[in-house]
Design a protein around this ligand. Structure first.
Ligand SMILES: [Zn+2]
Length: 66
């Protein structure tokens, strides 16, 4: 690997998805991608409910703080 170019990280359009806690479409979700001159890679995403703050990503990797 001799390249040193920087990847441009972009957050995709926010979608509204179903929140199982609020029982309505208040979960804001988006895809995070990194674009180089070679390709565009999806590197992650986020989703958090605008009503209750619940996130499906938080449940996967982090322990409850209380
Ligand atoms: Zn919610």
């Amino acid at each position: 690997m001799t390249e040193s170019e920087e990847a441009a990280v972009a957050v995709g359009a926010v979608r509204h998805e179903w929140c199982p806690h609020c029982l309505k479409n208040t979960l804001q979700a988006a895809t995070i991608s990194a674009a180089t001159s070679q390709a565009v890679h999806v590197i992650g995403g986020y989703a958090v409910c605008e009503e209750c703050g619940w996130s499906p990503y938080a449940e996967q990797s982090t322990a409850p703080s209380r």
